[in-house]
Design a protein. Structure first.
Length: 305
């Protein structure tokens, strides 16, 4: 292989085959990732005609950038790929239908879920495309098993809302006995307009001020650990951050941790809001407002806002 590459790319740096190492975060921490790739350096990364792309979530790539042995193989700054914007979901799904079907328009009419509702689902799962497709597939399977065709958008929306309330409620019920009742306050505040699903351990004071439940910093740390073990939040691996910091204590390392609410956590939070169990007093993001219901005991006509 080395000989073939040398024949094809006679001038070093003049083209190459792009190779991708993806999902690096599966190695679980930045130090393990760094050691693994440093071991591969001389075997793979300096081969003429190969160009490498390292992809991973949770901050592990930033840890790689701090490795002296990999400096020559990494471009800086690291390129951060943002989530797909909600406004791009409908065009993206339509492109997918065109790719995998012979009549995309007919398929779109026959789908049990409207594309506009997929955009809403995308926001509900905290902008996670993979989980959006999985959730949509789960709903389509449910509709297929029921055997009843859905003819109008209003019918599709009503069935989706009923199914989503039950599906998220079941997820919530399965976890309720494994999470301290007051610990839900962390998830509720994290999903408020204040943080919109991403926050740092150093935001303890803001969490305490915007929660109906009072807690101390030690309790906050315990609840974060509890939610993380159940997959409701994920921690960004930021091993490299401690290299240049003076505070290398356990508390100092903890204060630099960054967390993101997972799609699982976002769905559970949706169920809590539908049941009016939210423990946050912070403002809601725009996309959460449609699931708030006006009190129908008032003389005004009930609606959603």
């Amino acid at each position: 292989m080395r000989e073939l590459l040398s024949e094809i790319f006679t001038v070093q740096g003049n083209g190459g085959i792009v190779c991708v190492i993806d999902n690096i975060e599966l190695l679980e921490n930045g130090m393990a990732t760094r050691k693994m790739l440093e071991t591969l350096r001389d075997k793979l990364f300096n081969v003429n005609g190969l160009r490498w792309v390292f992809c991973g979530a949770n901050g592990v790539i930033h840890s790689l950038a701090g490795s002296p042995r990999l400096t020559a193989f990494l471009n800086t700054p690291v390129i951060k790929i943002a989530n797909v914007k909600p406004s791009a979901i409908i065009p993206l799904i339509r492109a997918r239908l065109c790719e995998y079907s012979t009549d995309a328009k007919e398929v779109e009419r026959e789908l049990p879920v409207a594309l506009e509702d997929l955009e809403l689902l995308y926001r509900i799962v905290n902008s996670n495309l993979r989980d959006l497709l999985a959730l949509a597939d789960e709903f389509c399977e449910y509709c297929a098993q029921s055997g009843k065709p859905l003819r109008t958008n209003s019918t599709r929306r009503e069935k989706l809302e009923r199914w989503l309330e039950k599906a998220t409620g079941d997820r919530y019920d399965d976890l309720s006995s494994r999470v301290s009742q007051n610990a839900w306050a962390v998830l509720d505040v994290a999903m408020s307009g204040l943080f919109q699903g991403t926050f740092g351990a150093a935001d303890y004071s803001s969490f305490n001020q915007n929660s109906t439940v009072s807690f101390v910093e030690a309790t906050f740390k315990k609840w974060l650990s509890q939610l993380e073990k159940l997959g409701l939040i994920s921690k960004e691996l930021n091993d490299g951050a401690s290299d240049s910091s003076e505070d290398d204590s356990e508390l100092g390392k903890f204060s630099r941790d960054v967390f993101t609410v997972t799609a699982k956590g976002a769905l559970v939070h949706y169920a809590r809001r539908k049941r009016r169990e939210n423990l946050s007093v912070a403002d809601d993001p725009e996309w959460m407002r449609p699931i708030h219901h006006v009190d129908t005991s008032t003389p005004r006509k009930a609606n959603r806002y």
